[in-house]
Design a protein around this ligand. Structure first.
Ligand code: FES
Length: 140
């Protein structure tokens, strides 16, 4: 290796050392988790499999979506993508905190799917919920 090659190699190595941590930091904040599926399905509130939705704070998982009863109102349901946007863990409704909690790293989301704490980089997808009698339709 001649002197010119030595300086070229050294300059590239130093640039890599300087840029490397910035790239790692950038990746860890941008997130790569899933955003949520496109769905259109119904939930029958009278079906035994959906009995949890009769109670405040009750929730079910269906089609990659968490459907939760957050109030006693006829339309007191919210539907969010089931997978956390940080690393894809399954979120659950946390009745005590009135939010959605990811058990993996403590990320939290509000009822609109917006990040309210922890490392998730993006909101989870929120779905429209409509109701006719005992049938909920989740779409989005
Ligand atoms: S996977 Fe949900 S907070 Fe990390």
């Amino acid at each position: 290796m001649n002197r010119k090659d030595f300086f070229k190699t050294t300059a590239l190595a130093l640039a890599g050392i300087a840029i490397g941590p910035a790239l790692i930091e950038s990746c860890s904040k941008s997130g790569t988790g899933p955003q949520g599926p496109t769905v259109n399905f119904t939930v029958d509130l009278n079906a035994s499999a959906n009995a949890a939705l009769a109670n405040m704070g009750g929730f079910i998982y269906s089609n990659g979506v968490i459907v939760t009863r957050i109030s006693t109102a006829a339309l007191g349901f919210v539907a969010l993508a089931q997978a956390c946007t940080h690393a894809g863990c399954t979120i659950a409704y946390n009745a005590a905190g009135m939010n959605f909690l990811c058990p993996c790293h403590g990320g939290t989301y509000d009822a609109n799917g917006n990040v309210s704490g922890g490392p998730p980089p993006n909101p989870v997808k929120s779905y429209a919920v409509t109701r006719v009698n005992s049938i909920l339709t989740i779409k989005g």
